[in-house]
Write a protein that binds this ligand. Structure first.
Ligand code: IVH
Length: 671
């Protein structure tokens, strides 16, 4: 392909990719499968690699790029980003409406938009002649920080506005809220916990943390999303109302929340607020209320603004998931890895429909910062199903004889000296025979994603340990019926049920077995990665650090933790004894490492349309069999698998004398 042909193709691809991401992100109505999208994206990437001078900053391939920043530059907003007044009940909304009627001297009911109040981070996007130029945080409302590179990684932010339906404004400053979808937030926290990293308190903090990364490559790994909801400035296009503005934003390809409604009169707006109260829990993102805005811009202008908030809009906040209660005690809990977590024991209280009896205090620094003491009256908060937390102490209610709380110097379970490792906030008990650690690791071993021994709960494990019936996980597989009968709440039937549950856990897939062992930093996901890669426990036990680190997703910390675990003779004995007790690891399906290496040393390139599998699948098939899948043809290519529509790669392969085969030939090689 020559340069001018490439340019044409590049432009066509960009246009199609932009159109399809608009269908996907804005209309939520995709016309293309992900695989097809990926294929087009890959083709564009390859063409741009060949003709780097044809790359433009608004190309869909340019979302991540550039070096990490040293700091964020200040950006002055063309018009201030205001905040909102709050209303805490329906009457305050009626007062707001009455005030506007007086102020504007209008008797007919007003039109209002009712918008979900997204709980995320407010940002401003500036588009010049349709191109995304600058993105910034709200900052103090007048000056924010330039986070353009990070915002570009958010796929629902168009790098270029669409002009298919309406013409483009010369300049558009649009405001919106970047948020972290709730499910993704939970997943992020699970992963951070597995990796021993501090977790985020709520989705808003993780959105803000992700946006304030100096390295956009990190932001790019976070599934942030955006809804736009406001106009900062517009030139070269006339908009007369909030509703009209929202419709125009959508036509320009910006993502607008589909739940926003236009209604007449404050009573209708109040009704919509109550709809949102009911809908709240089922939304895939967090909202903390609704925003009610006077629709007509002419009336907005007339009503004007106070110092920091407009008179024409108000936020109706949801009742907070917060309550007041008392700290009855603070205990130091020993986790299965020896980490000591302080936990506040609370006077039971209902928060958002759930009874709360304890709250995590994280670590000593957190206790010091909030100065939480036994006997204190505290405000606690529960967000979604995140563990309840103490927001703050009501110091005015503090008694006179309270004392600052300090975590013990020795382990509450085994008495060994606790240590605080350099750079870590947590205290640890390093005694691997500590009974509390053993109890927690047995509970983990039996838990759902691990060996899944139904009915082996907290109290039972405690009893079994206390009676000396078990002292490690492996002992579970040697328990006898008559040992169990006679334990608290253990009749014959429940003893039989437990033995049956233990027996059915004897056959276990490798990944679950690995996870059950409780190796530090090896959560369910990493366990799967290891099982997939090695297929057999023996190989993992023999693996060295550099070999482990060569696996995608396994870093130095995880690798070292795995090697240390299996090097420990006690752990080797434990595994042996599990096998003696009848545990059998099921043959893992999928790629059992060395089984099939027929493509070892061979490099494949795929081009054109494939019919039997997606390109990703085909490449995986090659890699699983020891081969390499490359994206461009060179002298080192062994096979070019060419489907219909193959272009420049086919020519290149022919000119280099590379073997060109069809998809059917490739299929045959697989058989
Ligand atoms: S309008 C002049 N609309 O709430 C009005 N704000 O306290 C300014 N927010 O900083 C904001 N959803 O981060 C508006 N649909 C919405 C909103 C919204 C969330 C946030 C925004 C702002 C804060 C105002």
């Amino acid at each position: 392909m020559d340069r001018s042909e490439a340019q044409k193709r590049i432009e066509a691809l960009r246009e199609q990719l932009n159109y399809h991401s608009y269908r996907y992100y804005v209309l939520d109505d995709p016309e293309l499968t992900d695989a097809d999208y990926d294929r087009m994206f890959r083709e564009l990437q390859e063409l741009e690699e060949q003709f780097p001078d044809l790359i433009t900053p608004d190309s869909p391939t340019q979302r991540v790029g550039g070096e990490p920043l040293a700091a964020f530059e200040p950006v002055r907003h063309a018009t201030p980003m205001l905040s909102l007044d709050n209303a805490f009940d329906d009457q305050e909304l009626r007062d707001f409406d009455a005030r506007l009627h007086r102020l504007l001297e209008i008797e007919e009911p007003f039109e209002y938009t009712v918008e979900p109040k997204m709980d995320g981070v407010a940002v401003e996007l500036v588009y010049i002649n349709g191109l995304f130029e600058v993105g910034s945080t709200r900052g103090d409302g007048v000056t924010g920080e330039n986070i353009t590179a990070n915002l570009k990684t958010i796929k629902s932010i168009p790098l270029r506005l669409r002009d298919e339906e309406i013409s483009l404004p010369a300049r558009l400053d649009v405001r919106g809220e970047v948020y972290y979808p709730t499910e993704a937030f939970k997943k992020l926290n699970r992963e951070r916990e597995e990796a021993g990293e501090p977790t985020f308190v709520n989705p808003r903090n993780s959105a803000s943390g992700s946006l304030r990364q100096l390295d956009p490559a990190i932001t790019a790994t976070r599934p942030l999303d955006i809804f736009v909801y406001g106009l900062g400035l517009i030139e070269g296009y006339e908009l007369t109302s909030q509703w009209q503005a929202l419709l125009a934003f959508k036509k320009w390809g910006l993502r607008v929340n589909p739940l926003i409604t236009l209604c007449t009169g404050i009573e209708a707006a109040i009704e919509h607020y109550h709809n949102f109260v009911r809908m709240r829990e089922s939304l895939p993102y967090e909202i903390d209320g609704v925003v009610i805005k006077l629709n007509e811009f002419r009336l907005q202008e007339k009503a004007g603004v106070r110092s920091r908030s407009p008179r024409w809009a108000i936020a109706r906040k949801f009742p907070a998931h917060q309550e007041t209660t008392r700290v009855v005690d603070i205990i130091a809990q020993v986790g299965r890895t020896g980490a000591i977590t302080p936990v506040a024991i609370l006077e039971p209280v209902m928060v958002g429909g759930v009874e709360v009896r304890r709250a995590t205090l994280h670590n000593q620094d957190e206790i010091d910062r909030k100065d939480i003491r036994v006997g204190d009256t505290v405000i606690i908060q529960r967000a979604g199903d995140v563990i309840p937390e103490i927001i703050k102490v009501v110091t005015s209610k503090r008694g006179t004889n309270t004392q600052k709380y300090t975590l013990p110097k020795t382990c509450p379970a085994c008495g060994s000296q606790l240590v605080r490792l350099e750079g870590e906030a947590v205290l640890r008990c390093e005694n691997i025979t500590c009974p509390a650690q053993i109890k927690e690791s047995i509970k983990h071993f039996a838990s759902k994603g691990a060996m899944d021994i139904d009915g082996l709960g907290d109290k039972l494990v405690e009893q079994l340990l206390a009676k000396g019936l078990i002292s490690s996980h492996a002992d579970l597989y040697f328990l006898q019926r008559d040992q169990l009968i006679g334990l608290d709440r253990m009749a014959e039937k429940s003893a039989d049920n437990l033995l049956r549950a233990i027996d059915s856990s004897r056959r276990v897939p490798l990944d679950r077995f690995l996870y059950a062992l409780g190796i530090r930093h090896v959560g369910e996901h990493i366990a799967k990665v290891l099982a997939q890669h090695y297929g057999e426990l023996k190989k993992i036990m023999r693996a060295q650090e550099d070999e482990l680190m060569a696996i995608n997703e396994i870093g130095p910390q995880v690798a070292s933790s795995i090697v240390t675990f299996f090097r420990e003779p006690r752990n080797q004995k434990l595994i042996e004894r599990l096998f003696e007790g009848g545990v059998r690891i099921e043959k893992q399906q999928g790629p059992a490492a060395e089984a099939d290496q027929r493509f070892a040393g061979k490099t494949f390139v795929f081009t054109g349309a494939l019919e039997k599998f997606t390109r990703k699948e085909a490449e995986k098939l090659v890699e699983e069999r020891g081969g390499r899948a490359a994206s461009s043809v060179s002298k080192k290519t062994d096979y070019l698998v060419a489907g219909p529509g193959a272009g420049s790669k086919l020519e290149k392969a022919r000119s280099l004398g590379v073997a060109v085969i069809t998809e059917d030939d490739f299929l045959e090689m697989l058989q």
